[in-house]
Design a protein around this ligand. Structure first.
Ligand SMILES: C[S@@+](CC[C@H](N)C(=O)[O-])C[C@H]1O[C@@H](n2cnc3c(N)ncnc32)[C@H](O)[C@@H]1O
Length: 236
């Protein structure tokens, strides 16, 4: 399947199954709390108060909305291919008074176009859907959209060194299912089927390599061995 087609299939999945993913958000099965806390700390340390924020694959913008309560940006642009999910963002960003723009689009296409540049570019829980060469291209294109002093944050499933995709799927899925304590069995089933069909995570160290090759000045990785989830910061 061509990349654009696959992205649309994934967008349709999230448009029709958002309630299952919402259970995962509500129960914090993907460790948004700790990973977004690390992001908040990094923003505090590195960005000016009036930073500009590009959120790629923003979903319903709830995680970004919470972050914006702690660190209000000057402007926020959210891009997501799932147009129905994106409509939910208006409620989650109601409190945000800065300039905002929500764009229903494939983020890989957004990154190809010249235009605005940003202090923070976030890609959370979505890059893993792309093939390796498309991930690399996104990381390269994101660098071109960063302001000096800005950074790219990738929060995602990442394989440990030498770990196979199958072993990562077992580790990550079992972690989330255990954490759910049986509270959302149907949603677990739906997400598991999606992961098996669509998730192709890279090794964490591969993201570090891609960032270096794309010309970022500095890249840092923090990868949780228990969950197979991690965060990469790559500075312009
Ligand atoms: C697992 S959700 C993550 C949502 C949010 N970023 C978060 O942290 O919870 C994945 C999101 O990526 C979006 N997505 C997947 N591929 C995309 C693409 N190529 N372009 C734009 N959005 C995409 C889906 O529509 C979905 O909303």
């Amino acid at each position: 399947m061509a990349s654009g087609q696959k992205s649309q299939v994934i967008g349709n999945f999230f448009d029709s199954r958002w309630n299952a993913y919402r259970d995962f958000l509500n129960l914090d099965l993907l460790n948004h709390k700790t990973l977004f806390q690390q992001l908040a700390t990094h923003i505090q340390a590195h960005l000016p108060k009036d930073y500009s924020f590009l959120d790629l694959a923003c979903g319903d913008c709830e995680p970004a909305g919470k972050l914006l309560k702690i660190h209000p940006a000057k402007s926020y642009v959210g891009v997501d291919i799932a147009a129905e999910v994106l409509k939910l963002s208006f409620t989650n960003l109601k409190h945000f008074l800065g300039k905002k723009n929500l764009i229903p689009l494939d983020f890989t296409l957004y990154l190809e176009e010249p235009g605005e540049s940003f202090d923070l570019i976030l890609l959370s829980y979505s890059l893993h859907h792309l093939k390796t060469e498309d991930k690399r291209r996104c990381i390269e294109n994101a660098r071109k959209k960063l302001n000096p002093g800005g950074f790219l944050a990738i929060i995602d499933g990442m394989r440990l060194d030498g770990q196979s995709r199958e072993d990562w799927l077992n580790l990550c899925y079992n972690y989330m299912e255990n954490k759910s304590e049986g509270k959302c069995p149907e949603s677990c089933k739906i997400v598991k089927a999606h992961m098996i069909e669509a998730d192709i995570p890279e090794e964490g160290r591969e993201y570090l390599r891609m960032a270096k090759e794309a010309g970022y000045s500095k890249a840092e990785l923090s990868l949780e061995e228990a969950s197979g989830l991690g965060i990469l910061f790559a500075h312009a």
